[in-house]
Design a protein around this ligand. Structure first.
Ligand code: PAJ
Length: 285
């Protein structure tokens, strides 16, 4: 695996692969890698000739007062994880060169960015869309890999790719979970041991709502309300519970197959997000 921090070196490596007719897969991350990230890298490895992974804790997507300074950073362990998952190129740009002092441009994806996480974290998706625009232009991949765990991020990226004509295939990977259902997240490291068991209540409540929908409950408001009550009863602070169309992130009234229930909670000072996509009884695994 080769590691670059300069974008011109990265571009040269990608150009060389292209001359050999290799397809390019790209997995953007903020590091502190776990099995969720690894599942995306392995998928890219199966599908592409050159696998590029970026690690960049993007300051622009953190609001003042959020956890930018304490966001976990594990560069040595991450490099080992990526090498064994089969990545070819690790791109770790330097923040000062990536965003020089005069940097003035931002990319706003309206509508899909506005509810859910966007409402609780103003400016977050502007930071995500801006960093991804720069990374997509620098890496110029054929395919980009994202996790469904960040459901609204996927909706934002889908619009970004379509609206700006990036010739990039968007690949969405399933959420990788701990045995008790907790979605893997770099931020899980912040959970104190005594709060950790309670964190599983988030996925448990979402799965319970999906089971009710499978049994015929179609009232999205009732599912939202009961999920919120279950989360509060488990001692979690609820930022939102919303039934949405995952393509547009618009709230829906009817809990049909294909819609998603997305939630964000606070537990012991850490914010966790998760979602389930409703399926029909027939397509049930
Ligand atoms: P990060 O949180 O590091 O996540 C990188 C990618 O891993 C995202 O596509 C995310 O959805 C995916 N991922 C995280 N947890 C996962 C899990 N449990 N199962 C499957 N996939 C999972 O998301 C970001 O970084 C940033 O916003 C970024 C896109 C890199 C832009 O800065």
């Amino acid at each position: 695996m080769r590691t670059f921090s300069a974008s011109d070196e990265l571009r040269a490596a990608v150009a060389q692969a292209r001359r050999q007719s290799l397809s390019v897969g790209f997995v953007p991350t903020m590091g502190a890698l776990h099995a969720g990230h690894v599942s995306l890298v392995r998928r890219a490895r199966e599908e592409c000739g050159l696998v590029v992974v970026s690690i960049f804790v993007n300051p622009m997507q953190f609001a003042p007062g959020e956890d930018l300074a304490r966001y976990p950073r594990k560069p040595e362990a991450d490099a080992e994880v990526l090498a064994s998952a089969g990545a070819d190129v690790l791109y770790s740009p330097d923040a000062v060169r990536f965003y020089p002092a005069a940097f003035s441009t931002s990319v706003d994806v309206a509508v899909v960015s506005e509810g859910g996480e966007g409402a609780v974290r103003p400016g977050h998706f502007r930071g995500v869309a801006t960093v991804l625009t720069k990374l997509f232009l620098q890496v110029a991949p054929d395919a980009a890999y994202f996790g469904r765990k960040d459901l609204q991020q996927v909706a934002v990226v889908r619009r970004l790719i379509e609206d700006l004509d990036f010739p990039i295939r968007l690949v969405v990977g399933d959420t990788v979970r701990e045995p008790d259902g907790l979605a893997l997240s770099s931020r899980n490291a912040f959970l104190p041991a005594d709060a950790r068991p309670r964190a599983a209540a988030l996925s448990r409540a979402l799965f319970a709502a999906r089971d009710r929908a499978r049994r015929g409950e179609s009232d999205a408001r009732a599912l939202e309300t009961d999920t919120r009550l279950a989360l509060e009863a488990a001692g979690l602070g609820v930022d939102y519970v919303e039934a949405v169309d995952p393509a547009t992130m618009e709230r829906v009234d009817a809990a049909r197959p294909g819609i998603a229930l997305a939630a964000a909670v606070r537990i012991a000072g850490t914010r966790l997000i998760d979602n389930v996509v409703f399926d029909s009884e027939r397509s049930r695994p």
